[in-house]
Design a protein around this ligand. Structure first.
Ligand code: KE4
Length: 429
């Protein structure tokens, strides 16, 4: 596979951009090799600047539910562009997308648009703190909620539940109100509540995608809801990744447990920069200018981004059963890969939720981050490289999730399974 142009491009980019990328995961650090510079996308394919074509299972880390260059989204963006790129004033498109989104989530009366998932989560946490008058928040090891300071925490020493900064540049004071619990472990959440002087919110990816794909159990989410109610804390579902990917109506429609606030991103922008957070009327009423909790953004609700998001959400609503089709394709993919791996003595733990799929080089079920960390990341890296050479573009980390788009055909799935058998044959158990 010739990647000379990407190699030269990566060298040049590193002279001007830290690590040569504008988001760390893209640098291929955990899988090795040169990140591929992409020239264009076509349906279910990516084409790099050396002309190599790949079946794309990353889809910009989730946004492209309809694949690259979807005609209806592209037409909507071009039409919007012809009216101007941005006004810094309200537009009808924002209200129209808000109506679509609020109509899909039982637990949402109002929504505010921002320009990224990080902004959505950062704002939702400030709103929860403003609404409750409390400072502490609880998050889960292995869940990622964007890079705002209070959420860049790692487990403290020993039994301590208060988090320490996971990145230089984050003062300890900024994370001293963040407590860490273990995913799918309600006793660990109880310990956090016991150690806190007042919890504003618990934030969780109800279908975690940032430690690999690890869904929370229905029982765990129900117990989490009860704990939050008992302590007067808000429950925030971070569905930036799982929103519109696992279900059209949110994780609440799958698990039966309703959150107080939901954060969204990725698919809601159809490939353009959009994040959102929403919830019950009395909570959202605290948000400026209606209420005292400040939050703002120059390009929030940008009309071009709204047009892309509106086209994507309308298309999904018009073809709602498509998520079941994508789930069947995702299941065929990972079950086929699992069979091919096991035929070569390699253990693979797989799971799907709607159009999201995950696989761990792990011989045991993965219920939390500790389990995920026991996966064989060296073998994942070798698999990732081997599949690239075969023409299949998977997420460049064991701790990410894969995606099926409507442009991912059955033929692509079968070709992927066949290629995985060749790669597993070279990896051997
Ligand atoms: P952004 O700020 O990257 O739009 O969203 C942050 C975020 C918040 N919540 C969840 C559940 C997320 O998955 C994300 C972002 N996801 C990563 C992929 N694991 C984005 C890829 C990247 O960081 O480049």
């Amino acid at each position: 596979m010739n990647t000379t142009a990407s190699q030269a491009a990566f060298e040049a980019a590193q002279q001007l951009i830290p690590g040569g990328v504008n988001s760390p995961v893209r640098a291929f650090k955990s899988v090795g090799g040169t990140p591929l510079f992409i020239a264009k996308g076509e349906g279910g394919y990516l084409i790099d600047i050396d002309g190599n074509r790949y079946v794309d299972y990353v889809q910009s880390w989730g946004p492209l539910l309809f694949g690259h260059r979807d005609e209806s989204i592209e037409a909507a963006v071009i039409e919007a562009v012809r009216n101007g790129l941005s006004f810094g004033a309200p537009t009808l498109a924002e209200t129209e997308l808000a109506k679509e989104v609020v109509g899909l989530f039982d637990s949402m009366d109002k929504v505010r648009f921002v320009s990224s998932g990080t902004e959505a989560v950062m704002s939702a946490i400030r709103l929860a703190r403003g609404f409750t008058g409390r400072d502490d928040i609880i998050k889960f090891e292995g869940c990622y909620h964007g890079h705002s300071d209070a959420l860049l925490v790692q487990a403290g020493s020993g039994a301590a539940t208060f988090g320490n900064p996971s990145s230089p540049g984050v003062p300890a004071d900024f994370t001293k109100h963040t407590l860490l619990a273990k995913y799918n472990d309600i006793e660990s959440v109880k310990r956090c509540f016991e150690q806190s002087s007042g919890v504003a919110c618990v934030i969780i990816e109800p279908i975690a995608g940032n430690m690999g794909l690890v869904p929370a159990t229905k029982e765990f989410l129900a117990e989490l809801r009860s704990l939050c109610d008992a302590h007067g804390a808000l429950l925030i579902y971070d569905e930036v990744m799982s929103g519109f990917r696992a279900s059209l109506y949110g994780a609440e429609s799958i698990t039966g447990t309703k959150p107080d606030l939901i954060t969204l991103g990725k698919v809601i922008g159809g490939g353009m920069p959009v994040g959102a957070f929403g919830g019950r009327r009395e909570i959202m009423a605290q948000l400026s200018p209606e209420g005292p909790v400040y939050q703002a953004g120059t390009l929030s609700g940008n009309p071009v981004a709204m047009a892309a998001g509106l086209a994507a959400i309308k298309k999904l609503k018009a073809h709602a059963p498509v998520l079941a089709t994508l789930e069947a394709r995702a299941r065929r993919l990972v079950e086929g890969m699992k069979t091919a791996a096991e035929a070569n003595g390699i253990a693979l733990h797989v799971d799907v939720r709607g159009s999201m799929f995950g696989f761990f080089f792990n011989d045991a079920p993965v219920m939390n981050f500790d389990d995920a960390l026991r996966s064989d990341t060296a073998r994942f890296a070798a698999f990732h490289r081997g599949m690239l050479e075969e023409g299949f573009y998977f997420a460049c980390s064991q701790f990410e999730t894969g995606f099926i788009s409507t442009a991912t055909t059955d033929a692509m799935i079968e070709a992927t399974i066949e290629a995985s058998a060749r790669v597993f044959g070279r990896l051997h158990g």
